[in-house]
Every structure is written in C-alpha cells, then in structure tokens.
Write a protein that binds this ligand. Sequence first.
Ligand code: PLP
Length: 455
Amino acid sequence: MRTHIIHIGAGELNYEIRNIIRVAERLQALGVKINLENIGDPVAKGEKIPEWMKRIVARLAMEDCSYGYCPTQGILETRQFLAEQNNRHGGVRIAPEDIIFFNGLGDAITKVYGFLARTARIITPSPTYTTHSASEAAHAGLPAITYGLDPHRDWRPNLRELRQKVRYNPTIAGILVINPDNPTGAVYTDEDLMEIVHIAKEFDLFIIADEIYQNLVFEGHRTLPLVEVIGDVPGLAMKGVSKELPWPGSRCGWIEVYNGGRDRDFAAYTRSILNAKMVEVCSTTLPQKAIPDIYRHPEYPVYLESRRRRYQRFSDLAYERLSAIPGVVVNRTKGAFYMSVVFEPGLLNGRQSLPLQNEDIRELIDELVEAPGVALDKRFVYYLLAATGLCVVPLTSFNSELNGFRFTLLDPDEERFQNTVETLAWGVRQYLSSSGETAKIPGEALVMKAHAAAR
Ligand code: PLP
C-alpha cells in the first residue's frame, strides 16, 4: 500500500472464544464429533424460548413501526421504562436521556473504548471477557493494563494491586468491573465494590460496570449494581438482553450513564459516544420495543428463577466433580453461567498429551501445538478437543496469565451436562498424568468412555 493502513491496535483484536471454532471445524472434517462449550449463547446450547415471549415478539413483528429506524438513543418509552426500573434501586437516579442503546453490548464496548483519548487507559480485570480487554488494548495500541482476580480467594479482585497500579500509572482514567463475571462466574462483594468506588473517587477516575448478568445471581449470593454504590463518582453501567431473555441474536444492549453532569470531561466523553451513535443512525428497533412487555410479564421472573436454579445446580455438580482433581483450582459459580478451572502453576508442560483417534488428527494437533507461542493451556484445549470433541476456551485467552479453561453451564440437558463434566474430569486427569510421556494409543477403554461422554 502507498501508505501505512494498519491500525495501531489491529494486533490486539483476537477473539479466542470464536477462533477455536476454526480448529473444531477442521477436526469435525476428520470425523471428530464436536460439543461446543466455548460460547455463552444459551439458545445455541438448546435453551427453549418460552411461548409467551415468542408471542410478544410475534405481535411486534406484525406492526409496521417495528420495521423503521428508531431514535438514536433508543425508543423513548423503553428508556423511560428502564430509567424507572433503575430508580427503584436506592442510589443515583437517572432520566431516559442517560440511556443509550447499541447493537448489542459488543457495539457499546467498542464505542466506549474507541472514543476515549488514545492515551487514556481503563484498567481491566484479569482474566476478563475478551471484548473488553481487546477493545481497550486496540484503542490504545498497547497491551491491556490489568488487576488480578484471585482463584484462591473465590476470584475476588486484588484491590491492593488495583490501587498500586492506579497510583503509579497516571494514564489510567477508569476502572472496569464485570459483575457477575465472565469468565469466572464470580460476583463482587459489597465491600470490594465500595473499595473500587473509593479508589475511583480518590484518583478522580470513572467506573465502567458490565452488568449484563446482573439478574443471573444465584440463591445465597448477592451483589450490588453499580448504581447503588457509585455515590457521586461518574460511571457507566452496561446492560443487555443477550443473556437474560436470552436473545443474543437481537443485538440489543444499552449503557446507563451515572453522574454524567458532575464532570465536564466525562460529560463531553459520553456526548461523543452518543454522537458516534448518531452518525450510525440508531440501533435495532424491534427488541427495544419488546423489552417493557417482556420484563413486565408475570412469567418473566418465574422463567429467570428456573434458569438461575438450573445453572446453580449444574455449577454444584461440576464443582463436586472437578474440585476433587489434584492440581486444579475450581470455584462454584455465583452468577452468570460460566466456570473457570485453573491449573496449579508448574503442572502443565509442553510434552503432555491425550490419546488421539488416528494419524490425521494427530498431524493436525501436532501442527497446532508446535506453532510458536502456543500457551500451555491452549495446548491442553487442543488435545481435549481432538481427543473428546469437547471445545472449551483457554483461560490465557481471557487476557490472563493463569493457565486453565472456561466452560459453560448452559446445556439444559442434565445427563448431557454430566457427561461433559465427566469428559472434562477425564481429560484433566489423563493430561496431567501423561506428564510428557506419549499418551497411549486409541482403543483404550478410557478413551472410548470419554468419547461416549462427549456425545
Ligand atoms: N459483556 C459480557 C460480560 C459478556 O459476557 C458478553 C457476551 O458474552 C457481552 C458483554 C456481549 O453481549 P452482547 O451480546 O450484548 O454483545
């Protein structure tokens, strides 16, 4: 090209949650039966959308106005409804003007980071949902700045590290919290949230809280939405319908701006996000129209509760099985629908393997694991996928130095989910015990059992 055309942050845009599917497809072509456990899409995993919800959407689909553009910020009645819902919490009050709709939170996330000054950084948790860390890093053209979540303390944030990094890095303008969290399934305690707000206030920062899983907190646990703890600190909460209804294909999410008028720079920044949306015209109309009717429906809380209970039961089931394996750290999920398993440091090496069905599969896996820079947990994930068809995501792909993997609690079929957990347990034990020896060749009872389980 005549001039340089590659964005400074292009190299940061890597979404392993979907990249791994390319490997799965190649293995499928070689006869491996694939079980996708990599994407947080309840519908793809077989969640049945209730009739009453479909009827609301079907009725709206018969109205001509559902086919038009909507106002840039989103449909006023829906924003009024959401502002009223928010104002039921004790905390900052918002007006419909403080809400902006996007084409899914993915769109909101790229704009929120994309319209920050290039030199302004948001410190993100580690591990973190990749869209945040990748978009933030791409905006700066530099690797993400992170604070750790600690698997040995129920994934609680390392607030001492957060404070130190904020103190000594004046480019940090804001703190990201994902609550409940993807990929760990943790929820933030009141105490931790308040300390984060305290740090933001002390160093004149704003807070971004991704609360897309806020209504998927399990029984016996609780967490506060940002609006209840933020006080007078400027902030943004991110919400959406992808996980909760669930309707990820609607591409519908929104941000709520808290204390937008309290800081001139913050006000100008949020205005630029709105202007960016205006240039783009608006977001999806029909799902916005559906939101009030779905949220107000008497069956909605019942449906949500049944899903929460199922995820919690599945988390308990997986926890009991996986936490018994020496060498891994597992925590029960407290919200959202993910579980992350961490390998103790030093347990993985570049020689471990799992038994593979045939030479073609072995050749493909050799090619993948021998590529330069393949993380040790990714190596495990490739072997697991090739040996059992089970597709999980390496933890290092969530901008983390911890080796491990994430899977979901989404499969609505309990027997199939149990099989998935058995396959994981088998894969972890077998891989760790292979300790660099070439794993035994197929045909072994254990391999067959794993394959049966993967199905
Ligand atoms: N935020 C978090 C924490 C997520 O886990 C996801 C999807 O997995 C998203 C945002 C993206 O949501 P959307 O479908 O609205 O783009």
